[in-house]
Design a protein around this ligand. Sequence first.
Ligand code: FES
Length: 144
Amino acid sequence: MERNEFLKLLGTAGLAVCAGCALESCSSSDPAPSGSTKPPTGVDFTLDLSSPSNAALLTDGGFVYSNGIIIVCLNSVTSTYTAVSQACTHQGNTIAYQAAQSKFVCPAHGSQFSPAGVVLQGPATTSLKAYNTSLTGTMLRVFS
Ligand code: FES
């Protein structure tokens, strides 16, 4: 193999390795948006709390995602629930509920929201869209 051919091959391989490193570091230090920041509209659906897939909603602080919305059981004794859009209003990453802190937290850049969806800490500046909930028996309705 000629020296020029070897260096050309080495340069191509090195570039591929560097591209891989750059992509990896980008995804770990600056999470890409997972979706739109637009909240769902025209919402009206029901969750059966007797279904195993919704069992998390039977305990305080438990939550499930459905139809672009995160639904949380705030108090199982009083059957108090909250439902807000699951996409962070900053860049659309999926939020989670931190029961110990009684707030929603976005893992991407640290925005925090109250159980009602109000911004507690940025970088998000817009509140999450809140939805109504109504429990009848074991059927939890979530609606606009
Ligand atoms: S996407 Fe940036 S804080 Fe949520």
